[in-house]
Design a protein around this ligand. Structure first.
Ligand code: SAM
Ligand code: SF4
Length: 315
């Protein structure tokens, strides 16, 4: 279905939990946040219904996110349920991968198509400091298990944090030198935990091009600008919500773990899907797509208008 600004909406990001085994400094407070109760979280059946309604209005790709999707019990079963919805061609997941190693093969067998793995540093002490609870070795083991399980086109998502990991841009980008993966650098967005952080923490993705000058632009892929360095197997992507608006190519809607449709990541507008089924659910889905704003109003000094933290929405 096309929204009112002519964008064809084919992609649903579904947050399957607000819980997480990590506490990344830019995403969640150290002590965690008040968690939704079990009853507030969508059941697998409700999620299947929402995905089916989305598919009926043209959504073809679903990304499971969170919180940490692998922390939701029975996640492989949910993957299978979503993959079986008629019209859905692709089921992807964004994960910190620290719980992935023992689950990778099961997820693949259940029908998961692709993985995006969040990895902000290759330094174990830094990884522990950024995630507060995660271990780099577990994330790397997860990546390796994904490769062994047959996952292809894995993407690494690395959030740029000035003064924290911006001295590591080259080694992080070089993960794509000998592997057929895409390493994507994401500008830190002013929301939730980091809304009030000093300006120096918000680094432009241009820094990546300075650190790896041999990168050459090779086009766009959704919200990501792709670059390639001669002789490298994989690509490098830049996602720049802060310095370049990509709202014109935004093709997605989001549903939170408690069943609220968010037409835009950075807007406070939400439509509750809870308790709806059949035609009512499809109608609400259409209303959500129609309500997508032309663009967000966030820039380098102004924070997101979203009232929710990233662990509730899923990025
Ligand atoms: N727990 C999973 C993970 O970390 O991959 C999925 C959920 S997490 C909220 C999704 C993505 O949002 C991660 O790649 C994370 O780094 C990113 N993220 C969280 N807060 C952010 C912020 N303020 N700016 C940019 N990206 C952010
Ligand atoms: Fe958890 Fe992902 Fe947020 Fe880190 S970014 S605290 S892994 S939800």
């Amino acid at each position: 279905m096309r929204d009112e600004h002519g964008r064809d909406i084919r992609y649903l990001r579904l947050s399957v939990t607000d819980r997480c085994n990590c506490r990344c400094v830019y995403c969640m407070p150290e002590d965690g946040v008040p968690m939704l109760s079990h009853a507030d979280i969508l059941s697998f059946e409700e999620m299947r219904g929402i995905v089916a309604a989305a598919a009926s209005v043209g959504v073809r790709k679903v990304r499971l996110t969170g919180g940490e999707p692998l922390a939701r019990r029975g996640i492989a079963e949910l993957v299978g349920m979503v993959a079986d919805v008629p019209g859905i061609d692709e089921v992807d997941m964004t994960t910190n991968a620290t719980l992935l190693a023992p689950m990778a093969a099961g997820l693949r067998a259940a029908g998961l198509t692709r993985l995006n793995v969040s990895l902000d540093t290759l330094d174990a002490a830094r990884y522990a400091a950024i995630t507060r609870r995660g271990a780099l070795a577990d994330a790397l083991a997860g990546l390796e298990a994904a490769r062994a399980a047959g996952f292809a086109n894995t993407k690494i998502n690395c959030v740029l944090i000035g003064g924290v990991n911006d001295d590591e841009l080259r080694p992080l980008a070089e993960l794509a030198r000998d592997r057929a993966i895409t390493v994507r650098f994401i500008e830190l967005m002013r929301m939730g935990e980091c809304a009030g952080w000093p300006k120096g923490r918000f680094v432009s993705a241009d820094e990546v091009l300075s650190a790896v000058p041999e990168l050459e632009p090779v086009g766009g892929q959704g919200v990501s600008e792709l670059y390639h360095a001669p002789g490298w197997q994989g690509d490098v992507g830049l996602i720049r919500p802060m310095t370049h608006r990509f709202c014109g190519s935004c093709d997605r809607i989001r549903v939170t773990a408690d069943g609220r449709l968010k037409p835009c990541l950075h807007s406070s507008a939400e439509i509750s899907l809870r308790g709806l089924s059949g035609r009512e659910l499809v109608k609400a889905m259409r209303a959500g797509i129609a309500a997508k704003p032309r663009g967000h109003r966030m820039d380098a000094v102004r924070a997101s208008d979203s009232l929710r933290a990233m662990n509730e929405i899923g990025g």
